[in-house]
Structures are given as structure tokens and as C-alpha cells.
Design a protein around this ligand. Sequence first.
Ligand code: FE2
Length: 386
Amino acid sequence: MSKKVKSVNYGLEKIFEGAQDFLPLLGTDYVEFYVGNAKQSAHFYKTAFGFQSHAYKGLETGSKDAVSYVLIQDKIKLVLTTPLNSQSPINNHIVKHGDGVKVIALLVEDARSAYKETTKRGAKSYMEPVVEKDEFGEVVCAGIYTYGETVHMFVERKNYQGTFLPGFKKWESEYNPTSVGLKFIDHMVGNVGWGQMNTWVKWYEDVMGFENFLSFDDKQIHTEYSALMSKVMSNGNGRIKFPINEPAKGKKKSQIEEYLDFYEDSGVQHIAVATDDIITTVSQLKARGVEFLPPPPLAYYDDIPRRLGKHKSMMKEDMNELQKLSIMVDADEEGYLLQIFTKPVEDRPTLFFEIIQRMGAKGFGAGNFKALFESIEREQANRGTL
Ligand code: FE2
């Protein structure tokens, strides 16, 4: 890597250690959803999830075909986009998938290089590098397709001082609900079709230079009725983590199959957002109407001291509070974690959110998979999709 790159202090020293990292990623830049009504979705994410108004583009800013609202909470940026007429190709995405994630944008030092290195390794192009300018500077963006119709956009904004991107104006709103303490995106999970997990694992290895740092097979992730397999892919500095799930054979239909049926494609299953005070965050989310999966059985909480093992004395949270809020606990060698999952945030049972607080643990709550999937199965049974 060049000296110029090294001189930029993102606090991510590890990125540039290995000359083999042909795709240094500085973090998640934004996540863009294509939705049926962005104005109402934006209201939902502000009111229910505590996001703040950040930027806007639409008819008033000269955008004739689509409107986008950008919401922010600490390091998390969500973009909600709706087409303004029937001619926009965004409609096709919404007709097929319902509301869902279109773009996982990754912050890079050099978007042209990111595009060149990934397309050279077999990535399908979504958008060649484009330079957009306004009075605040310039941004270079380029995109490649990943699973389904989902896109990774590379965003280079080191020469830009504006609010979000050229074309957007700052969005000042008189309605500003407070934050619920969400800090950053911890991981984003993709669901892919039968037999496709290893194809996409290889794709992330070959095209993006990621590594598979955790794997779960259907013997580890199953209930009486359903099963799935999962491999966690991570980039060189560990900032970006993309677990990839595929369904496995069980007596009944797994949640992954249900997702694939309703999204009608591979796509983003959940976005895990980190907090450093999950009790406060989840209390606020519940008070604001966010729906979570039904609680694990009572016996689940009796088993937590055993699961925490050597980390038991480290735990600061009150177990009664956790149980009252149905927050789940898991531990690994390095520490413990607290997590909870929302119900799907659209009418189709597709995308949902995870709220996670890591207290040293690097895993994904494998000890909770069984209790979690049994909760999901109860929901599937209610929907008649189990
Ligand atoms: Fe997760």
C-alpha cells in the first residue's frame, strides 16, 4: 500500500499490514433499502429505532426518478429509496423482493482500485467508477453484485466534506426522536439458496480477499424440525463480517427457505447493530413499538451461569432485567455477548434486525441458535410457513 494511504489515520492499522490485502475496507459506509414508501419507512426508523434525519434527495433537489432519505445513528447510516414513477428499474426490485436491502456500501480509500481488483477476480459489475461532485468536493463510487440482486458499492469520500453524497442536501427536521444507543453495524447476514453457501464463501475469498473464520454445520444448527448451515466471512481487519446461510434438510421448512420463498431470491437476512448498553437500548426499542421474537423458555435463563463458565464473575448485567426483556446470553473463550432479534420489519417474513452487545466474545451466539430457532419456528407456525 502507498504511503499516502498509511498517512490517513482511521485507527485501522491492521488493514495495511499485509501486502496481500488487495481490497482494504475501512468500514461499512451505508446500507440502502429499496422500499415502497420511503417517507413512511424513514418515519418508522426514526420513531421506532431512534435514527436521526441526516440527508435527503428528491424532486426538491432535482432528483426526478427517485427519492432517498438518509438516516443516521452514531456510525450507522441507512438510505431509504423509493422510485417516483413506474419507469424506474427500482420498481422491479420492490415487486420481486418487497422492501429489502439493495446496497451494502463499503468505505474504501480508492474506489477505482477496489472495482478493478474485484472485477479482475470475477465480480460482476453493477456500476463502473463514477465521480460525483458538488461544492463540498468529490466522491468516487463503483459497485459490484454479490448474492441475488444485492450490491456492494465502494465509496471513496476522502475528498468530500458534504453531509452525505453529492446530490443530497442536509435534511433538517423538526421531528427528532432521541437515539436508542445503536452504535455501528456488527455484521450483516446473507441467505443464499440450496447448495450455494460454499459458492459464495469462495466468491468472498477469491473476489474480496475475505477469510472464513467460523463455520456451523447442520449438526450444530438444528432443532427438531429444521436446520441450516452458516459460514462467517471476514475481511482482513475484521471490521466487515458477512455470515452466509443456506438451508439444510429437516422435517419441516427452515427459516432460510421461508426467507428465500418470500424474498424470491438470495438476499440480506439480518443486520446486527451493536450497542454498549443493551438493557437500555432494548427497553427503549420495546417502548417505541419494535417487536421482538418471543422469549426463550424459562429454563433457558437457569442455564446461563453454566454457559457463562469462567466469564460468570465478569457479567455486570442483572439477570432479571435480561430475562424480563428476553435478551439472550452466550459466551466463548474470550468473553460473553448479549443479543436479541426483532421480528421481520416488513410484511414479508424477510429482513430483521439483531441487537448485540459484545463483552469480549467474538462469536455469533451459537449457544443460542437452538432457542432462537425454536422461537422463529413458533412464528413460522403462526404464519403457516413451517
Ligand atoms: Fe447475527
